[in-house]
Design a protein around this ligand. Structure first.
Ligand code: PHE
Length: 340
């Protein structure tokens, strides 16, 4: 045995390891063959050392140590190669280089976003949020709101009637009558909810959303109505909007007013959205008609009140530039995803 033999072993080892490439099993075999603890070649070569004549021990020992280090280093390298080759290897079962599966996050619907904003404005002003049934009776939706049986708003064209005399509420106003029937003034509520009308085009959908407001107390005047709605509309849209009250008619309010804001797109100078008028109609309002108070049992000599109603969908369309109302209820995620 000589240093020559060590050289041969080194060459054979490097050749075998090279042949193993990045195959971790093959590398392991090479390791066992050369550096295995029990019967590896290096073990044998170490045993030889003891039998050598003293004058050869020194040279052989040094060369053997050298070889051991080289083998260990080369095996380390090879193992690393094997480990990184295993990544991305589809046959190993798990491919950790594939992109992760994306978990889709839900998005809040634009109408819901608008509702939350409006609610928070009125909650700050001391209002509470009320709720009522979508399947209504004639009394609360019409009769108690001073809509006599021959009123055009009761036309079959507008109302979805259900069997047994109930109907799908055509506005959120029936919750006014429900709350006044069961609660003594002071009343200060807003009522968001779904409403239904037999109508469908760019600006109408058979189901849409309204938010109703009602304030009843002693000494409530039109001034309170005006200041409240101005404050609300400026908080919702912008400090810069001007608010305009136009005389109007609703059976359940007297006097009544429709409320416009200066167009939020052209700021009043005229554009496509406001049909060049500079104004956008945004809500209906008025002082609660004493006849309504009489129907629901509120003392009209003692109390006055105001009410208003607006379309949430319309506000969402304006704020987010959605051109077709029906798009909002089509369930198309390309719309809702934009609100993530
Ligand atoms: N309910 C009315 C509508 O749907 C809006 C409104 C509510 C008007 C309250 C006045 C007072 O058009």
């Amino acid at each position: 045995m000589s240093v020559e033999r060590l050289k041969e072993v080194r060459e054979a080892f490097l050749r075998d390891l090279d042949a193993a490439g990045a195959d971790t099993d093959a590398i392991e075999k090479v390791r066992i063959q050369y550096a295995g603890r029990k019967s590896g070649l290096l073990q044998e070569l170490t045993a030889v050392l003891k039998q050598l004549p003293n004058d050869q021990k020194r040279e052989y020992g040094a060369a053997l140590n050298d070889l051991k280090k080289a083998v260990a280093a080369a095996l380390d390298e090879a193992k690393k190669r094997g480990a990184s080759a295993g990544v991305g290897d589809k046959t190993s079962g798990v491919d950790i280089t594939l992109p992760g599966r994306r978990r889709s996050r839900g998005a809040e619907h634009p109408v819901h976003l608008v509702r939350k904003r409006i609610e928070s404005i009125f909650l700050r002003m001391g209002y509470t949020v009320e709720d009522g049934p979508e399947v209504e009776d004639d009394w609360h939706n019409f009769e108690a709101l001073n809509l006599p049986p021959d009123h055009p708003a009761r036309d079959d064209q507008d109302t979805f009637y259900l069997t047994g005399g109930s109907l799908l509420r055509t506005h959120t106003s029936p919750v006014q009558t429900r709350v006044m029937e069961r609660q003594k003034p002071p009343i200060r509520i807003i009522v968001p909810g779904r409403v239904y009308r037999r109508d469908s085009d760019l600006r109408h959908s058979p189901m849409f959303h309204q938010i109703e407001g009602l304030v009843v107390d002693e000494g409530i005047t039109f001034g309170h109505l005006k200041a409240t709605l101005e404050t609300f509309l400026r908080a919702l849209f912008s400090d810069r909007v001007e608010v305009q009250f136009r005389p109007s008619y609703f059976p359940f309010t007297e006097p009544s007013a429709e409320v416009d804001i200066t167009c939020i797109f052209c700021e009043g100078s005229g554009c496509g959205v406001c049909s060049n008028s500079g104004w956008i109609e945004i809500l209906g309002s008025g002082m609660v008609d004493p006849r309504v108070f009489a129907k629901v049992g509120v003392d009209a000599d003692r109390y006055t009140g105001f009410a208003f109603g607006l379309g949430l969908d319309r506000v969402a369309m304006l704020q987010y530039g959605i051109p077709d109302l029906r798009q909002m209820f089509a369930g198309d995620q390309r719309l809702t995803r934009q609100f993530e």
